[in-house]
Write a protein that binds this ligand. Structure first.
Ligand SMILES: Nc1ncnc2c1ncn2[C@@H]1O[C@H](COP(=O)(O)OP(=O)(O)O)[C@@H](O)[C@H]1O
Ligand code: SF4
Ligand SMILES: [Mg+2]
Length: 340
């Protein structure tokens, strides 16, 4: 592994609901290295966006409490003022949001929006800015870049808009890219094109990438490592091949098991029984996934499972995985998902 670009230590992000704070991200530690893609996976409501927004400093601090450390370039981002954070945001760290329409300003031209972070972070002339912007548009696969430069977001298709959002994220050569479900709001055919673009860029740029997605096919194709999140905690972290070949935590196994079967049962999705608890109703004592694994006898559950390393680089928050078998577990072999 290369140099680390971001070190997150024991991050806790809590939202105020009435008079109490409830953690949506609950003690997450994760290091991202140069040049690697780390996928964060988990069902809706597990805390993935709360995690990404904490790194970008996007939470409303009047109702959000952030604890722990997010070390980036020798400083803890959580200690920075808004001005300090603005120096990092959009320059060293670029973010690609789920919905390109809300990420863009409807009243500004595409050209101006890509140039905005450059105004802030780069001392270059107007002509250089325009040149760079046109190059970025080409780089994200927009061929008629001169025309698009002067257009407004509503004049573009959803896929084109997401390409623009990616160009903005890349505008100042970030060392870290954060993509929160970058294709969820797009049509299926466009999703594939945007993921192809992300893959292409991944091999060109040197930055670390945090890719939040629920698409395990995308994970298999793009990620180097996978971090599985459940109810605000990371329950398993492993290299991508290892996650598919040897998933250990019951939550990871149920996620993989909920993939449509490749053996003809395409229509049927094996969903995991139960739901992710809300942050107010979450029992924070003991294993958070236990209520959803009814087939494991009560006494076999671990009281307070901690993440521990079972093989180099493979961490799992469970010790009792050896003692149960998953009902109707499908054989999820890496050959099905890993293409490289
Ligand atoms: N601003 C907020 N105030 C209160 N609760 C929130 C807020 N944002 C998210 N949550 C709650 O935090 C949990 C995690 O949400 P989120 O990070 O959006 O999940 P994900 O991105 O994995 O779907 C959910 O239970 C959600 O309802
Ligand atoms: S304690 Fe271990 S076996 Fe029990 S639900 Fe949690 S992770 Fe699973
Ligand atoms: Mg989300």
């Amino acid at each position: 592994m290369g140099k680390s670009v971001l070190e997150i230590e024991n991050l806790r992000t809590s939202f105020r609901i009435k008079d109490n704070y409830f953690a949506a991200v609950d003690g997450v530690s994760l290091t991202i290295y140069e040049n690697e893609v780390v996928a964060i996976v988990g069902e809706s409501g597990c805390g993935k966006s709360a995690f990404a927004h904490s790194i970008m400093g996007l939470h409303d601090l009047k109702r959000t409490k952030l604890e722990g450390k997010i070390n980036f370039k020798d400083q803890n981002l959580l200690n920075l003022s808004v001005a300090g954070l603005n120096k990092v945001r959009g320059k060293d760290i670029g973010m690609i949001f789920q919905d390109p329409m809300t990420a863009l300003n409807p009243l500004a031209t595409i050209g101006k929006q890509i140039e905005e972070p450059m105004n802030y972070h780069m001392k270059i002339s107007a002509a250089e800015k325009k040149k760079r912007t046109l190059e970025l548009l080409r780089r994200v696969g927009i061929k008629n870049e001169q025309r698009v430069y002067g257009q407004y977001p509503h004049e573009l298709s959803g896929g084109m808009r997401q390409r623009v959002v990616i160009a903005i994220a890349l505008a100042c050569d970030p060392v870290l890219l954060l993509a929160d479900e970058p294709t969820t709001a797009l049509d299926v055919t466009i999703q594939a094109q945007i993921m192809d673009l992300m893959k292409e860029l991944q091999s060109e740029i040197k930055s670390g990438i945090i890719l939040i997605t629920h698409d395990l096919g995308v994970v298999a194709e793009m990620a180097d490592r996978v971090a599985v999140m459940y109810a605000g905690e990371l329950v398993e972290i492993a290299p991508v091949r290892e996650i598919f070949a040897n998933p250990l935590h019951p939550y990871t196994r149920s996620l993989l098991n909920s993939l449509p079967s490749s053996m003809g049962e395409k229509e049927k999705l094996h969903v995991i029984e139960g739901i992710v608890p809300s942050i107010q109703n979450l029992d924070r004592v003991g294993c958070r996934f236990a209520p959803r694994v009814e087939w494991v006898p009560e006494e076999e559950h671990e009281a307070n499972p901690q993440l521990h390393e079972v093989q180099p680089g493979h961490f799992v928050r469970c010790t009792c995985y050896k003692n149960f078998s998953f009902p109707e577990e499908k054989k999820v072999g890496e050959e099905n998902y890993v293409t490289t």
